[in-house]
Design a protein around this ligand. Structure first.
Ligand code: SF4
Length: 349
């Protein structure tokens, strides 16, 4: 781009750094560029493609950002602070084409894939809101690709975004701090396993029986459990020393949370000799439009204990930001301005 303006090559790098490392959001702020060049850039290009419509703050400190692309599509991003680290959950698509039965995002359908720039910009906006512009990315920040959309259906843009995230002169959040979650796009699991510098992987499972998974996650009709587990086994072979990968299991009261469901899940892992895995149990986050109840805390605990008694590491993911529709499976571009939460538009140019 710099060459098109008759500027030396290093200017392109200077702009890249200003946008991603210093997280500046207008050409005007890049004052180390010659003024004339800045003026030409302002006329010819946009730094920012997303605008923040609303920000919702949960009683537990979680923040949900409802953003919009330049062509008007909703994008949602969630910031989840904890004592030891902060996590930013980003979206890869506006809406989602998969029809997971327990997920509100599914109700939107696919609106469109997000560009690599739009994926990265979500993180820049959140970092600038939580910390100040121009400060270094805090070491504790983790990223999870678990917001709206199926990341592996937007694979190329996802990979380009991951490169910018990890670049030393980009956001510099290394792949080891990033986890991408798939509902089970099997061919891409193989492709992801082959990436040299890849982030961690989580696979959303939610049932160890094909009949139930067909209903809960219809993607199972395209790639069934045998195909998914075979890919997972291959992925296990690509793990680095000490690395594990995750199966996510949304717990739906009376649907997939019985003792026998736990036994079937343990047997599935045994059958495919998967040992370097952990299971994240995610109590379902209910909503009026969804037909499922969440499992009781006692059920979740018993399920966890049953898995552990079979030698499987299991963890319960504590729901965050339920009151502002920011929890897992709740992202549906809801403009819940009437909710008893702090709602404020934040200025974004
Ligand atoms: S759970 Fe994920 S993959 Fe499934 S519909 Fe929701 S956003 Fe899409």
């Amino acid at each position: 781009m710099a060459a098109n303006f008759g500027e030396p090559r290093y200017r392109a790098n200077q702009i890249f750094k200003a946008v991603h490392q210093r997280r500046l959001r207008s050409f005007d702020e890049i004052t180390d560029l010659p003024k004339k060049f800045r003026e030409k850039l302002i006329e010819a290009a946009d730094i920012s493609r997303l605008s923040v419509e609303s920000r919702y703050v949960s009683t537990d400190g979680t923040r949900r950002y409802l953003m919009k692309t330049a062509d008007g599509y909703p994008v949602e991003t969630v910031y989840i602070p904890t004592e030891s680290r902060d996590t930013i959950c980003f979206s890869s698509q506006s809406g989602c084409p998969l029809k997971c039965d327990f997920c509100l995002t599914a109700k939107l359908g696919l609106l469109r894939n997000l560009t690599a720039g739009e994926i990265v910009e979500q993180i820049i906006i959140v970092l600038n809101d939580v910390y100040s512009v121009g400060t270094e990315t805090p070491h504790g920040t983790n990223l999870v690709g678990m917001g709206a959309g199926e990341p592996f259906l937007n694979f190329e843009n996802l990979i380009s975004a991951l490169e910018i995230m990890s670049a030393e002169d980009g956001l510099f959040i290394v792949p080891n701090r990033v986890t991408i979650s798939t509902a089970g796009i099997v061919p891409k699991i193989y492709e992801f396993a082959r990436l040299e510098n890849r982030p961690h992987l989580a696979i959303s499972l939610s049932s160890a029986s094909d009949t139930l998974r067909d209903k809960l996650m219809p993607i199972n009709k395209r790639w069934n459990l045998d195909e998914l587990m075979t890919a997972a086994k291959e992925f296990e072979g690509s793990l680095k020393r000490g690395e594990r990968f995750t199966f996510e299991y949304v717990m739906l009261g009376g649907v997939n949370d019985s003792d026998s469901d736990a036994a079937t899940l343990a047997k599935l892992l045994d059958d495919y000799q998967l040992s370097r895995v952990k299971i994240n149990l995610i109590p379902h986050n209910g909503a009026e439009q969804l037909d499922y109840e969440t499992s009781t805390p006692e059920r979740v605990e018993r399920f966890k204990k049953l898995l552990e008694s079979r030698g499987i590491s299991a963890y319960v993911r504590q729901p965050r930001g339920r009151d502002i529709y920011a929890a897992c499976g709740q992202l549906a571009a809801m403009d819940n301005k009437s909710a008893e939460t702090v709602t404020e538009a934040i200025g974004v140019e």
